[in-house]
Unconditional design. Structure first.
Length: 343
């Protein structure tokens, strides 16, 4: 819905009010309105209608010598508007202002837009929050109902949504959150607390941002463009978090099966203890401990497809440093081209 204040002017001819005594119009105020016939017009889409009574009722009637009457009044209306939010917030909306007769049919009265004056004038100070009023077009909507054919007119208001607020409050923050999730690709895979913190922080932040953006919109049964954006950002952030799990598995396999990888401190202490207490056993079984076992690990590594010459976890991190930004750029190109052209 939207609220508007307007000067609503009606003009009609009443031959009974012609005069020739002087050549100028007569203006009367609201106190004599009961003496004149006025059209019974109403706004069918209005949710609330107010007249202005300060300091006196803002209305008048001018009577011209040829019997023409101009009835002008100042009104404030709250009009309902059914909006299509599929392209929100890169959307245009068409809101209609309808006016029609309540009791007179077309045989008794007809409604036409004025041909002598412009049917609408927009004040320079007029504005609608979040929107720019692009144009107003006039149409006829004479309606055939059960009680007869009733005269009707309507004006279409073309509204272009201003995206500046949503750029600063939604799009730019979510882009920065997605970029922040890529920082984990440069963090060492063994720094588990740091990478987990970055992943969880970005996932929770993008989820909160998405909930905040959707809470301000009405519940509709279709997908909006802002939903596509938020869902895609969540997928990118979550994929960066899952990537670390994949890197961790590959790095552990590399450390487990690579003969050149350093042993953990616990393993080194066990071997040093066994060497100090049983040197003869080490000499007898050295072939078993240090020659046969690496070959067995290498066979297991080859069966599981693990390359022992290079840490595949670090390789995945290096690939992700280029793949994720490139994929996000491609998504942005398709997103903005599609919705801007569609809008």
């Amino acid at each position: 819905e939207y609220t508007m204040s307007l000067y609503f002017r009606q003009q009609w001819d009443d031959p009974r009010l012609r005069y020739t005594d002087f050549d100028r119009y007569i203006q009367t105020n609201y106190r004599r309105f009961d003496s004149f016939w006025v059209p019974d017009l109403f706004f069918p889409e209005a949710k609330k209608e107010d007249t202005h009574d300060v300091t006196i009722p803002n209305m008048y009637i001018r009577i011209f010598p040829n019997g023409t009457l101009i009835y002008s009044q100042r009104l404030s209306l709250r009009i309902g508007c059914i909006m299509d939010l599929r392209k929100f917030p890169i959307d245009k909306q068409i809101c209609s202002l309808r006016v029609e007769s309540y009791g007179y049919v077309t045989k008794d009265m007809s409604l036409v837009w004025s041909s002598k004056r412009k049917f609408s004038n927009i004040l320079p100070t007029a504005n609608i929050p979040d929107f720019e009023l692009k144009s107003i077009t006039a149409h006829d909507c004479t309606t055939n109902l059960q009680m007869g054919i009733f005269p009707c007119l309507y004006a279409d208001l073309e509204l272009q949504r201003q995206i500046g607020f949503y750029l600063t409050q939604t799009y730019i923050p979510t882009i920065l959150i997605v970029v922040l999730s890529w920082v984990s690709f440069w963090i060492d895979p063994h720094a588990i607390p740091a990478r987990i913190s970055v992943g969880l922080l970005t996932v929770l932040t993008i989820t909160t941002q998405s909930s905040g953006a959707r809470s301000e919109l009405p519940r509709v049964p279709y997908t909006k463009s802002i939903d596509v954006w938020m869902s895609a950002c969540l997928v990118f952030v979550f994929a960066a978090y899952v990537e670390y799990a994949f890197v961790t598995v590959l790095s552990r396999r590399f450390r487990k099966f690579s003969p050149n990888s350093p042993r953990s401190p616990s393993t080194q202490s066990i071997f040093s203890t066994s060497e100090s207490f049983s040197p003869n056993y080490d000499e007898m079984s050295s072939g078993v401990l240090y020659k046969d076992r690496p070959r067995t690990d290498q066979k297991r590594a080859s069966k599981e497809g693990v390359t022992t010459n290079q840490d595949m976890g670090r390789m995945v991190d290096k690939i992700s440093r280029y793949f994720f930004p490139l994929a996000f750029l491609v998504f942005n190109a398709f997103y903005w081209i599609y919705y801007v052209e569609l809008a």
